[in-house]
Design a protein around this ligand. Sequence first.
Ligand code: FHN
Length: 453
Amino acid sequence: MILPLVASIAVAGFNGRIQAAPPQAPPTPVIPAESKEQKDARMAWWRKARFGMFIHWGIYSVPAGEWDGKTNYAEWIRESAHIPVDTYNQFQQKFNPVKFDAKAWAKMAHDAGMRYLVITSKHHDGFNMFDSKYTDFKVTNTPFHRDPIKELSKAVRAEGLKFCLYHSIMDWHHPDYLPRRGWEVKDRPADGADFSRFIQYLRNDVQQILTDYAPLGVVWFDGEWENTWKEPYGSELYALCRTVDPHVIVNNRVGHARDRQLGDYSTPEQTIPATGLPGVDWETCMTMNDNWGYNSHDHNYKSVKVLIHDLVDIASKGGNLLLNVGPTSEGTFPPEAVDRLNGIGAWMKVNHDSIYDTTASVFPKLDWGRCTVRTGSKRSKLFLHVFDWPVDGKLVVPGLKNKIRGARVLGGPNVVAEQTGSGVIVTVPMPPPNEIDTVIEVDVDGAPNVSAN
Ligand code: FHN
């Protein structure tokens, strides 16, 4: 049982009457001690999942990227278009996503092969997309009146996925958040702002999402880079999360400037580290088009082929892919996003075993594609992701030394894999069953053994 953060203790006054003592400073949470085995157990589901859905949804979807004749905005529109806070707040009373269907969203994530879903409970604009007890700038104070985060949490869990929340530290609305945006200081001075009061608001909100929307798989912090957010605040916030829910995972954007390795995993953004991040849990977050939040003019979506290759490339380097959707103000996914999710899902339906619960490739480089691995004590599986099919029907796997137990096309026929001593040659069917990525599962004795030369 966690005491309320602002514990006020009633004490007998000098005249014997009970008087409420002034609120005491909340106790500073301490990061719980954790062994490697305990952390491995806590991270296990996330490491196996490999693939999640990111959702950036808020009142910024009302202008849909357009302001004052320009059309290249999205979730940063208040900052980028210099919209005064009172003008921006008008979107709260225009937000009414009447087509929102939590079960449909959850099913699309599930059918795409995603194993967790991270949605914005609050982005930098400060708008709470859940029924916060600590602000009126929230979704239940809109014509929608409902709590989409609550509805989605139930639907996502019903589909067997982990439900997770993105929560921004940076807050362009709360009167105590500092610094103010440079362009608005004159009209929105910082006089009277108390950053410690903001920290308490942030901690209260975070404690609420961890209790009223429990169990969260991940708390995905962001907006941690401004100089007011000091490392100790991040340590305390991380400790709060892990104290309220010892099982929750927290990303590395809880501490200042995300490179201090505070938090449980690294979060490269819109990029795939060339050699992964060996020895570190990591997740690339990525948009399908050019924006996180909805922009009605942005139709520059990556192809299904590119998105599948990104997922496979990331998994072959030992990482997770968190792939973003920016829903409309009506509560729908853009049609291009639905198309991409369907395309990825069709491939995952056949090939999911080569993604879930796999680890990084054992080869330095493969000219024709990628490799993911599931290592067993007596036998292992190598999943050969063939992007470029051999024109002669002979796939060369350089340096693989293991005794071959068998080989097959995932979702297709068995194939012959011959150990040559300097590598393995797999005789593959022509043409390739899947032009984007045909996966060949090679079962070998023992742990994978690959010679350097
Ligand atoms: O500023 C945000 C941005 O709007 C978006 O939420 C991305 C997603 O990871 N994070 C920040 C930029 O690093």
